[in-house]
Design a protein around this ligand. Sequence first.
Ligand code: IMP
Length: 427
Amino acid sequence: MSRSVVILGTQWGDEGKGKIVDLLARDVDAVVRYQGGHNAGHTLVINGEKTVLHVIPSGVLTERARCLVGNGVVVAPQALMKEVEGLEARGIEVRSRLGLSPACPAILPFHEAMDRAREAARGSRAIGTTGRGIGPAYEDKIVRHGLRLADLADPQRLKDKLESVVDYYNFLLVNYYKAEAVVLQAVADEAARLGEILKPMFTDVTGDLHDLRAAGGKILFEGAQGSLLDIDHGTYPFVTSSNTTVGGVLTGAGVGPRDIDYVLGITKAYTTRVGGGPFPTELDDADGRMMAERGVEFGATTGRPRRCGWLDAVAMKRMARVNGVTGLCITKLDVLDTFEQVKICTAYEGVDYFPVGAEEWQSVRPVYETLPGWKSQTKGLTDVGGLPSAARAYLDRLEELIGVPVHMLSTGPERDANVILQHPFSG
Ligand code: IMP
């Protein structure tokens, strides 16, 4: 019977989605990206070898899954090809398994230039973007003058569309941001060259997914970033420019709500965030430093140190509802193994309703509940029976507060370091 599972992050990204996608992808027909771009960094460790993927779905390291990139993903052709070639150099077959929607908005050099110029102009109010041109590329899609991958593969269309867009960007870059202009001919030549290379990988991703579903296939939708970075439901404006919540699957891949059978919410046992913006449970003390150190909390894409804090059950409950989360996968529980006590934020003071944007988020005063730490090793655990009782109590309390059962635990970076209580594909 066909089954479709969505994997998404419930926090600010970096919850450990890539590893879980890779684990569940072993047995599926397709792994699909539906939003975001190469701002994502999915770290996989297989046989001790680390791979960081940015655009290519994390299913690529499995034997047979097709890797599909839906229309909701913004694609930087150069970055994508660098990733393809990097995998090929390691003997991994990519091109025959990768399917790109020709409707994906293209990220071109002027998007990156604009992203960086805007961030510089924001000064102390910078969002802390990854500088990959994500925001400007989505902006062009909404404004309706953006180029799609299909345009890159058609020299005449490319020329017609690029001229006016480059003209627009250069005017802004030079006159408003006092930044350097991009060179039209260089951009056009490179885009045309890459368009040719990408063309054989074009496919009707939406149609392919409908066919797979009808044929009883198993499909895994791979979210990027996290729910609190959602353009609508996150800590606006300190968010990314796509819908990272479950609605992004529908628009970014072209499937209906009844095509989703299960939503796995990946949740780190504590909280991290890279970039600027509100973070009510952030710690600036020894506990926060211990989380950063034990969790090796550095951004996979930019290498920036991640901010750390306690788990926020108020935000998690909200995100569980927004996403219709079926089950939770708690990751990095072992990072808390050495703590005397662990805390959970159970309520917000200072706000009357769930914060709608950065200003309201800044007013939040977290209320904590303190639980005893387990002070023993959970790293590498594969059997729920081996879980220390205090760790079990922590997870039980999370389930209660968030209102969703814990179905999986990730107990280390290795592929097989997991406890599976209920498998998302067995339903
Ligand atoms: P952008 O997506 O590059 O525009 O960045 C907007 C915000 O999202 C910044 O705070 C980034 O740090 C954050 N962000 C984007 N991608 C990721 C990710 O994959 N993990 C964590 N944070 C991310």
